[in-house]
Design a protein around this ligand. Sequence first.
Ligand SMILES: [Zn+2]
Length: 305
Amino acid sequence: MLILNLLIYSQGMVLAYAAESKTPDWLQYADGKEEEEVTEEERLEQEKLEQWREKKKNIKVPILLYHHITNDELTEENSISLISPYDFRLHMTAIKTNFTPISLRQYYEYVVCDDGSVDIPSNPIIITFDDGYSSNYELGYPILKELNIPATIFVVTDTVGAVAGEGKVNYSHFTWEQAREMEASGLIEIQSHTVSHVKVDELNFAEQVRQLRKSKYDIEKNLGHKCDMIAFPYGHYDENVKRIAKNSGYDVQLLVDDKTLESDYEVNLPSEGLENLTRMTIAGNMGNVNVIEIIRRTMSKKEIK
Ligand SMILES: [Zn+2]
């Protein structure tokens, strides 16, 4: 009797549904909401996001490190930190031909992005300088401007404006005024390389804090923008230094891969984050063709996990 009633009831429902075109009960059962079909536009958006994620997983990013640009004769010792303006131009021209230079800031924004709104070119490369030599302003900056190549310069804040031969430095360093002029171009960004170019991990706690916080303060006060990147001199740091840097407001920490062996060079993956960025120290005696080959070999040995 009960079964018969149900059958009659359900038949009645079907008839009613057919007549009134109402949403059937089973469709409303879960939460009362109807399923919505993705629009073509949404589907394309999803596809784009997937492609963006795939690229971000696979892209390898070399960061190059230069120091002083000079016509001084290169020796075995100083060739790691000196390059002639002639060779620097050749390097930059070769890099511009083979890669698309981006700023460290662009890379930073790309790494922290997860919604596909920030992108970088598929063959990126990043140029950086350490210490803050006048030659960066006098010889490097004009070449970078001409070729439209962005760069980040990590300065030792106590030697900004220091003149060679006056006791503080071997090579003159650019002034805050020159730093402001370079930054106004939109191509150059100045960040911290500590107060006095020290091995931060070998200092006592108070001095470690001063090296990180005072250099940040001086940059922010003199240049009027956030200082959130630091390159540790000599690549010296440890977990404590990293913690102090993080607490001081440094989001990006660069390691100097200051070994001269190509086998030690590495490139960066966005999936590895921003705290252990690695750089390739470019020596002045590497020819421009050789530099490109070294970068390519370093990229090819890096495995995507
Ligand atoms: Zn340095």
